[in-house]
Design a protein around this ligand. Structure first.
Ligand code: TTP
Length: 188
């Protein structure tokens, strides 16, 4: 069966290829604004589903996968930073503390079936110096990532430990997705 990843994220593409090489990519143009007061875990699932539904429009015969990652701390959602100053604010807020990463996943099938989930991973940041923060900003890595860091890149140097699924922090819950796709006989 055809598989379509509704994402423009190179990380998600790389992670899906751990499960199968046999998929197409269709970056989804979904409205990612959050609803006031809605639980963030519900929101990441809703946004994942919106992305998958958008891909379904142009690929009605495919299994469509959407995912959304959000960093949360102090009950605040941290999406992608607007600019370097915003990235610095996010990283200072995360420094020396534990935060939660929520990743939603939605797998829609042509028969109308939907499988969804949300993973929660705790990530603890070191109490890094201002100099290290500046060095990290200079890599340019924070700008296209939720919470202004990439666990899989230079961001590794900022992290003391994680409790939960590494791949979900990077952007895609690989093992649960593998189970979902096998259930649909979309992969062997
Ligand atoms: C926390 C964290 C996030 N990220 C990335 C994963 C996602 O690409 C991004 C979160 O933004 P998302 O809005 O989830 O995804 P996206 O806009 O990049 O891609 P698309 O909606 O097209 O699927 O942050 C990392 O790469 N590493 C990390 O450690």
């Amino acid at each position: 069966m055809k598989i379509v990843l509704a994402s423009g994220s190179p990380r998600r593409r790389e992670l899906l290829s751990l499960i199968t090489e046999n998929f197409a990519v269709c970056p989804a143009d979904a409205d990612e604004s959050l609803r006031d007061g809605a639980p963030l875990a519900d929101e990441v699932v809703r946004l994942s589903r919106l992305k998958a539904e958008a891909a379904m429009q142009s690929h009605p015969d495919a299994v469509c996968i959407g995912s959304d990652t959000m960093v949360t701390i102090d009950h605040l959602p941290l999406g992608k930073p607007k600019d370097r100053a915003d990235a610095a604010d996010m990283l200072r807020r995360l420094r020396g503390r534990t935060h939660e990463v929520l990743t939603g996943l939605a797998v829609l099938s042509p028969d109308g079936g939907a499988q969804t989930l949300c993973t929660r991973t705790e990530v603890t940041f070191r109490d890094f110096s201002e100099e290290e923060l500046e060095e990290y900003l200079a890599t340019g890595e924070p700008l296209d990532k939720a919470g202004a860091y990439g666990i899989q890149g230079h961001g590794a140097l900022l992290i003391e430990g994680i409790c939960g699924d590494y791949y979900s922090v990077m952007g895609l819950p690989v093992a649960p997705l593998g189970v979902m796709l096998r259930k649909l006989n979309a992969v062997r």
